[in-house]
Design a protein around this ligand. Structure first.
Ligand code: GCW
Length: 673
């Protein structure tokens, strides 16, 4: 699994010779570290797939692969027009006739665009396409496509399920582990252009001179691949690192400290991206400690990086232990009043949903409400609430569901469009994914979790892309383009997220996971110190019914959505059934759309979830002939665990709901074990 989707295995014999003839030489007029990386990748990829790596050539001949800007291509005699539609990072792949044969043109307006094009060309070939017949163009819709590592300086990874951190802090900056280059290759291949190296629960130490040098060494390795380094900043670093008495963002000494710190970082990393900040959330320090707003807090850091072209990614994931308000409302309550008041290089980073990376949540209301502030959407690629790296859950449909959500309830804009518009500054729109990468040999802990990393990259590039098409592409290039394998695997992947929703938190339930680690069921947990950490806070089940009333009779969280949408969410009949219990507390006898009672429907969903996993497992077992034994066996083992645990979720949840509802099991339903 180490090679991810960049496997480059030899293609079958007759096609191999044809491919070699279509890749006889490599013509690259420009010169840069990025173009060297592109050439190296093409040699590696074509060497692997065609058996021979194309040598460099200065002139075009049939069978050449040309990487060029439009003017360079014209200078070599290729008739191409300028391509402003490709922007700075887009590219075009085009097979074309050339002197009695054909050549393959990779066209872009920058070296990075050419590198992206080289990767995509290789992926298309892996998927079975002929390079010299390709005609394909794409440009990213979002400027910032980032991975957030929740990696600690001691090598641990918060919510990481793929081993330890891949950053070997101990041996950095001296040791350039080749894995860092492979990391950059994998990310560049899917268009990721930024990485936050350290956990948002940040240690101030990560901004110390020692760690700046380590980050700089990584930045040097990533630079040719177009990946900028960012750091999470601890708001109180001026105290802990600088020895100041305060971290008050309006204090001149504090502001000077942040400026000097930024200057120091930019001396080591001239293209440093900026800081990611988690403030006044889950015990982290922040501006509210000094009775300052988040906008004032963000401004102190924004001023420090502005002269260098840096940005601040300021997280809206806030909820406070002393705030009795519905947790789902708190980010909006804090941030909506600040819309338009953030400094011009601040981007507010909003989680996809209002609680916390649940198997299903409605989209975060801030996406419809911060019209004057550029927003990033943060999703979690690591599956904290979705069975870690053990359960097979393809997150593409989850990301797509949020991106396509209509923020107005009246025909858009969709969340994707909100991000693309960047509140009028499209250079500041983006997506961040909490990485699922660790030092596990296969990077992500399981083979299918590699697909979640891949899908994140593809959707950050084009948030309107189809998660199914992405699954098809990933499957073809990670395993084989054989449709006898791709079709069933894609079907499995596409159903897997709904399966998990069904056996964990059906019909809009949320946060029913066991305490702390969030693995396995815990709907009965009610005695944690902070009320909003208890599953019972979310499900509110009793003898009469179940669900969280977020209408006007309850927390009225629906009022944070646009009026047309809020009106529909006010009525259970016009609320999507998948989110029913997120917005409504309903009697067990409530009739669902298909006529079953809520109680019967709930049980049915758990059963369906378990059945889906059993079907996935049977399906995978039949696919052994198409997969190498190692990847087959690992996936088979995990599916067996997943089936057992889907049953565990179902049995435990039903048993608990029965104990509060006092309802008999519906007919023809197996009792919990
Ligand atoms: O999902 C929750 C996690 C915390 C995490 C926090 C956050 C980094 O349980 O581990 O802390 O969210 O996003 O800040």
């Amino acid at each position: 699994g180490y090679d991810l989707w960049l496997r480059y295995r030899p293609v079958a014999a007759p096609a191999r010779a044809a491919l070699a003839a279509q890749a006889r030489s490599l013509v690259i007029p420009g010169r840069s570290a990025t173009l060297d990386a592109a050439a190296a990748e093409l040699r590696r990829g074509l060497g692997g797939m065609a058996g021979v790596a194309p040598p460099a050539a200065a002139t075009l001949a049939p069978g050449a692969i040309l990487l060029a800007r439009p003017a360079e291509a014209r200078r070599l005699g290729v008739a191409v027009a300028d391509a402003p539609e490709l922007g700075r990072e887009g590219f075009r792949l085009r097979g074309m006739a050339w002197r009695g044969g054909r050549i393959t043109l990779v066209l872009a307006n920058s070296d990075l665009g050419l590198l992206y094009g080289a990767f995509r060309l290789l992926e298309r070939i892996e998927a079975g396409e002929r390079p010299d017949r390709i005609d394909f163009a794409t440009a990213p819709h979002l400027a910032l496509r980032m991975l957030d590592h929740w990696d600690n300086l001691d090598g641990g990874v918060e919510r990481g399920y793929a081993g330890h951190s891949i950053w070997d802090w101990w041996h950095l900056p001296d040791r350039a582990d080749p894995r860092y280059t492979d990391y950059a290759r994998a990310n560049a291949s899917i268009g990721i252009n930024g990485t936050v190296l350290n956990n948002v629960n940040a240690s101030a130490e990560s901004l110390s001179p020692r760690y700046i040098a380590k980050a700089a060494a990584l930045a040097d390795i990533f630079r040719p691949y177009g990946i900028k380094v960012y750091l999470s900043a601890r708001f109180s670093a001026p105290i802990e690192l600088g020895g100041l008495k305060t971290a008050d963002p309006l204090d001149p000494g504090v502001r000077a400290w942040w400026r000097a710190k930024a200057d120091e970082i930019y001396r080591a990393i001239p293209d440093f991206g900026g800081f990611l900040v988690k403030a006044n959330s889950e015990g982290q320090p922040g501006p509210q400690d000094y009775h300052r707003s988040h906008a004032e807090g963000a401004a102190a850091l924004a001023d420090a990086v502005r002269p260098h072209g840096g940005v601040i990614l300021y997280r809206a994931f806030v909820y406070a232990h002393d705030n009795p308000e519905d947790r789902a409302k708190q980010a909006y309550d804090d941030f909506k009043p600040l819309d338009g008041r953030f400094a011009d290089n601040v981007i507010v980073q909003v989680k996809n949903g209002p609680i916390d990376f649940q198997p299903r949540e409605p989209f975060h209301p801030l996406f419809g409400a911060m019209l004057r502030t550029p927003l990033m959407m943060e999703v979690q690629i690591t599956k904290e609430y979705l069975g870690f790296a053990t359960h097979l859950v393809y997150l593409g449909p989850l990301f797509e569901e949020v991106l396509r959500s209509d923020t107005s309830g009246a025909g858009g804009p969709s969340v994707a469009q909100v991000l693309e518009r960047g509140a009028g500054r499209p250079g500041l729109g983006g997506m961040a994914g909490v990485a699922n990468i660790g030092d596990d040999r296969n990077w992500s802990g399981s083979i299918f979790d590699q697909a979640n990393w891949f899908a994140f990259g593809r959707l950050a590039w084009d948030p309107e892309a189809s998660s199914e098409a992405i699954a098809r592409e990933w499957t073809a290039i990670s395993f084989t383009p054989d449709p006898r394998f791709v079709t069933p695997v894609v079907a499995m992947m596409m159903g897997s997220r709904e399966a998990a929703v069904n056996y964990m938190t059906p019909l809009g339930l949320a946060h029913q996971m066991a305490t702390g680690h969030h693995y396995g069921p815990g709907p009965w947990v009610h005695d944690l110190a902070r009320p909003e950490w208890n599953p019972t806070y979310y499900a509110r089940a009793d003898a009469d019914g179940i669900g969280f009333d977020r209408t006007a009779t309850g927390s009225n969280a629906i009022a944070q959505y646009a009026p047309d949408l809020a009106r529909r969410l006010a009525d259970p009949r016009t609320t999507p059934e998948a989110l029913l219990l997120w917005f409504h507390h309903l009697p067990w006898s409530y009739r669902l759309a298909d006529g079953e009672t809520l109680w019967e429907g709930l049980v049915r969903h758990y059963d369906r979830g378990v059945a889906s996993v059993a079907a996935m497992r049977r399906q995978w077992a039949a696919l052994a002939p198409y997969v190498d034994p190692e990847r087959f066996a690992l996936t088979e083992t995990y599916l067996a665990i997943q089936q057992r645990e889907a049953q565990w979720w179902r049995d435990a949840s039903i048993a608990y709901w029965r104990s509060v509802s006092h309802r008999p099991l519906p007919a023809n339903v197996a009792p919990p074990a």
